[in-house]
Write a protein that binds this ligand. Structure first.
Ligand SMILES: C[S@@+](CC[C@H](N)C(=O)[O-])C[C@H]1O[C@@H](n2cnc3c(N)ncnc32)[C@H](O)[C@@H]1O
Length: 240
């Protein structure tokens, strides 16, 4: 099993760099959030209070985006990094129904750390750190943690089905970052080797969209689909 403790996310400087630059690194990040908010409004929001779990919550941005649509949400935020969870606590300190769990996904697979059920399980840019077998187990755990009729929405990077497409998707990604940096006048060299770093880091274990959609269906999810895609950046999920 892969190990969160050996991952770069244990390093607070690495986590800080992500927080500072995520709007450049992540293609169409604000649109991904917009799609998630629309999904929540369309499928989940009604007059009853909702329980949400945010897996790999980082600094809590995903929960904050959902709270902007429905401030009555009770959220459980899980992350392997204490530093990230502290940032999430800072961001969400005006909201009372927040539960924070410091645990890796691998810990969650080993022990019953979340003993309640949710209307929505959401994750952003985190599950690709698990290998395919772990993703399979994790999607099954998510299914178990949802109320019947509850939803799973995953915003994440995937690997292309062919190497030609993967090469183009990397180019698309570079073009996005170049445009974004040009628009802001940012000439920081931090961004020069992002793609090479993404590719070489053993923490990153993206799998194909097709494989993951198939696993979700096998796990028992219905209404499974990819809701948005831009190169390797995807939003997908389904309903229990
Ligand atoms: C790229 S950040 C995404 C944070 C946030 N969801 C966002 O969209 O900005 C990935 C997050 O996943 C967490 N993470 C990475 N691997 C993990 C694992 N195996 N178990 C739990 N959390 C993990 C990291 O600590 C980090 O906070």
């Amino acid at each position: 099993m892969s190990d969160f403790n050996t991952s770069r996310w244990k390093d607070s400087a690495f986590a800080q760099q992500y927080r500072d630059n995520a709007d450049v690194y992540i293609v169409e990040r604000q649109r991904l959030f917009e799609i998630m908010r629309s999904f929540y409004r369309f499928f989940i929001l009604d007059d009853k209070p909702k329980n949400v779990i945010d897996l790999g919550c980082g600094d809590g941005i995903i929960t904050a985006e959902l709270l902007s649509v429905d401030s009555s949400i009770s959220a459980t935020l899980v992350d392997g990094s204490e530093d990230m969870l502290n940032r999430a606590k800072d961001r969400l300190n005006n909201f009372s129904n927040m539960t924070y769990i410091q645990a890796s996904f691998q810990d969650m697979l080993k022990a019953d750390l979340v003993n309640r059920q949710f209307d929505l399980a959401v994750s952003s840019q985190a599950i690709h750190h698990l290998n395919l077998n772990e993703k399979k187990q994790f999607y099954s755990l998510i299914h178990t943690c949802l109320h019947s009729g509850g939803y799973f929405l995953n915003i994440d990077v995937t690997i292309a089905p062919t190497s030609d497409l993967e090469q183009w998707y990397m180019k698309l990604w570079q073009e996005w970052m170049d445009d974004k940096l040009m628009a802001t006048g940012n000439t920081d060299a931090t961004f020069d080797d992002i793609i090479q770093r993404y590719k070489s880091l053993s923490d990153n274990r993206p799998d194909s969209l097709d494989d993951q959609l198939a696993i979700l269906r096998e796990t028992g999810f219905v209404n499974v689909d990819c809701f948005y895609k831009y190169g390797i950046f995807t939003v997908f999920g389904g309903r229990k």
